[in-house]
Design a protein around this ligand. Structure first.
Ligand code: HEC
Length: 176
């Protein structure tokens, strides 16, 4: 009887040892899933890249009625090298960020329109395998640092694909 008890105790201890690591592996998997990160965009899992304010300038844009926005696109080094060489498609690792602001009359000069409050930060990340279903680009639109809803993210690829598929889905050309 004693032996039976000892054996079953040993078995219980052994099974506890084996189930514990399995549980924590499950937890780790849940953490790394894109939906689990509140700062990542739905569908694509794109986040705002660190240090993008230090990136090189691609071009400005002025968006007329009804949005009335000033925009600036910047790119990381991989994207800028491709732009400068006129290389398409953009290589994996390319990232483009568009900063958008409402504009307002300059208080200092009549003909000048200057940035008002920021509206969105939008991101495109090139990973031809991960984002094969959307032309190789992952998309993210952020307001106050937080991603907007899934419905908005469903519109990104369709519009870029309809208009600029032949330029690797990128609208903005490198400004001289
Ligand atoms: C109805 C069309 C349309 C939709 C939808 C759209 N875009 Fe764009 N996007 C543009 C245009 C036009 C530009 C060129 C710059 C500008 O005028 O703002 C642009 C530029 C960009 C850029 C800079 C790189 C480039 O292609 O010039 C990024 C990044 C971007 N969009 C991300 C997004 C994301 C993320 C979404 C979805 C949440 C999205 N876009 C949805 C039209 C669209």
């Amino acid at each position: 009887m004693k032996t039976v008890l000892a054996v079953s105790l040993a078995l219980a201890a052994a099974s506890a040892l084996f189930t514990l690591p399995a549980l924590s592996a499950d937890k780790a998997a849940a953490k790394s899933a894109p939906q689990a990160n509140p700062d990542a965009s739905p569908i694509y899992g794109v986040t705002i890249p660190k240090g993008y304010r230090q990136w090189e300038f691609v071009a400005p844009a002025l968006e007329k009625e009804p949005l009335n926005e000033l925009r600036t696109v910047v790119g990381n080094k991989i994207a800028m090298d491709a732009y400068k060489k006129g290389k398409l498609p953009f290589p994996d690792g390319s990232i483009l960020v568009k900063l958008a602001y409402k504009y307002t009359q300059s208080p200092d000069f009549e003909s000048a329109l200057v940035p008002d409050h920021p509206t969105t930060v939008q991101v495109m990340v090139k990973d031809s395998k991960k984002y094969a279903a959307s032309g190789g680009w992952g998309y993210g639109r952020f307001i106050n640092g937080k991603p907007v809803d899934e419905a908005q993210h469903q519109t990104c690829f369709a519009c870029h694909a309809a208009r600029v598929k032949d330029r690797d889905y990128v609208f903005t050309r490198l400004a001289p």
